[in-house]
Design a protein around this ligand. Structure first.
Ligand code: CMP
Length: 140
């Protein structure tokens, strides 16, 4: 299986509860390696640009409010089949549907404050990594 990369965000509900380490530990235990990481406070422009694909969705405004409500930790994760591996350990978008032992089942507060984001395809992973990181900031 090829070693690939994916993009992750530890969201404001998780940083507020000091869960950065606990979530990163679950990612690492799932076989993912953090090859880039920074704590930032997203600007409104960044949130709207990052989630542009959801622009027409009714939750878009609230989602951008939430993602700019506090610090987030943006990360690049590397591992075998990284996109799927990360999505498996994250669990379903809605924590009510997430499997036991996943990050969202363990920590998420709701469908919006769902603690983590992860790319849904390798193509989007590349776009999302490039959105937040310069090539020299990713150190494998
Ligand atoms: P994320 O994986 O970051 O991608 C889009 C986000 O929108 C999603 O996680 C949720 O945090 C948020 N969201 C809020 N409401 C909904 C909804 N009804 N359906 C899907 N995503 C939602």
């Amino acid at each position: 299986m090829a070693v690939t990369r994916t993009f992750s965000i530890i969201k404001p509900d998780a940083t507020r509860r000091n869960l950065t380490g606990a979530i990163t530990k679950m990612l690492e235990e799932a076989g993912l390696r953090v090859v880039a990481s920074k704590r930032i406070h997203m600007t409104r422009d960044q949130a709207e640009g990052f989630y542009a694909v959801h622009k027409k969705r009714p939750f878009f405004g609230e989602l951008c409010d939430f993602m700019t409500s506090g610090p987030v930790v943006v990360q690049v994760l590397e591992g075998e089949d990284a996109v799927k591996r990360n999505r498996d350990v994250m669990g379903a978008t809605n924590p009510a549907d997430a499997a036991e032992g996943t990050i969202r089942k363990t920590f998420a507060e709701g469908i919006e404050a769902n603690s983590v984001h992860g790319s849904d395809s390798e193509e989007n992973a590349k776009i999302e990594i490039d959105f937040f990181f310069k090539p020299e900031e990713v150190v494998g």
